[in-house]
Design a protein around this ligand. Structure first.
Ligand code: C2E
Ligand code: MG
Ligand code: MG
Ligand code: MG
Length: 285
């Protein structure tokens, strides 16, 4: 690439790579100001109990409204937050926001409402802070630990370092529940489910997408659901987009569904309005 640039002058990067690297640096820099500048927003997506059709839970999903670039996907900025260490402060903010909202929804909408939030592997394994501090905060604002579910991925359990086991115990001691996110995409080993105390299994949307009667993904989903139930876990299917997918999953005994069929992730106040609307309908029935 550096041909003609003269002797002793080498460029190891193609211009495209340089642009990408520069872009990441700029975005990381902007991210530092995003928390203070109120550019981070928490959205909520309903998790629907398939038998009753009621919204029992929600997943908190972070959004970044960048002043110049518009919405930046968490798939793009979470890795930058991890690499820069900003993930810890962002995660604390997500937790505190979630705790405030779940408090309100348990008081005003459903006494057992739960909010689940994502913890990336680096975030989960962080040295700073402990989940005992989360419990202290929850106690201070008056909500029990079981109002929060922490979503982790299979890769974490693969390591099964002492630190990971320790963090899982901290969650358990705080009464916070644990969900295994994106199940089926990683090194899914059924032994994890027995070894670690996990409450929910989230079937990845790559399985939901191709669900059809007698398909191999249907057979896999069926087997995952039966196995999870035998081990005492509840199952949440991700990426439910059609009524056919919902019905096949419900027929297979899947407990909960999440996906565009029910709703896209919504700004907190919009989600709040949706919940209240549904609960008044439910009361009227
Ligand atoms: P995830 O935890 O697996 O979250 C589910 C993703 O699927 C979300 O993408 C959601 O918007 C999307 N989704 C939901 N229903 C459907 C559907 O029916 N069809 C399709 N095609 N997609 C659907 P999103 O919000 O872009 O988040 C992407 C990932 O970013 C999340 O995947 C999670 O790993 C990460 N993430 C989001 N918020 C946070 C956060 O606060 N902290 C951390 N550490 N990670 C987060
Ligand atoms: Mg998740
Ligand atoms: Mg997921
Ligand atoms: Mg997924």
């Amino acid at each position: 690439a550096a041909k003609g640039a003269g002797r002793n002058r080498f460029s190891y990067f193609t211009p495209a790579l340089q642009v990408a690297a520069l872009n990441r640096m700029r975005l990381t820099n902007d991210l530092r100001g995003a928390l203070k500048g109120n550019q981070l927003k928490l959205y909520f997506q309903p998790i629907v109990h398939l038998q009753s059709g009621k919204v029992h839970k929600a997943e908190a999903l972070i959004r970044w409204e960048h002043p110049q670039r518009g919405m930046v996907s968490p798939l793009e900025f979470i890795p930058l937050a991890e690499a820069s260490g900003l993930i810890v402060d962002i995660g604390e903010w997500v937790f505190r926001e979630s705790a405030q909202w779940v408090k309100r929804w348990r008081q005003e909408v459903h006494p057992n409402f739960q909010v689940s939030l994502n913890q990336s592997p680096l975030e989960f394994q962080r040295e700073r802070g402990s989940y005992a501090e989360w419990l202290a905060h929850l106690q201070q604002i008056g909500v029990p630990g079981e109002s929060i579910v922490v979503e982790i991925t299979e890769g974490l359990l693969l390591d099964a370092s002492a630190n990971v086991t320790d963090k899982l115990l901290q969650l358990r001691d705080a009464g916070i529940q644990v969900a295994l996110d994106d199940f089926g995409t990683g090194y899914s080993s059924l032994s994890y489910l027995k070894k670690f105390d996990i409450d929910y299994l989230k079937i990845d949307r790559s399985f939901t997408r191709n669900l059809a009667p007698d398909s191999s993904d249907m057979a896999l989903s069926d087997a995952i659901i039966v196995m999870a139930h035998k081990l005492g876990l509840s199952v949440i299917a991700e990426g439910v987009e059609t009524t056919e997918q919902r019905d096949l999953l419900a027929g297979a005994g899947c407990d909960y569904g999440q996906g565009y069929l029910f709703a896209r992730p919504l700004p907190a106040t919009d989600f709040d309005a949706l919940l209240r609307q549904q609960s008044s309908v439910a009361t009227a029935a």
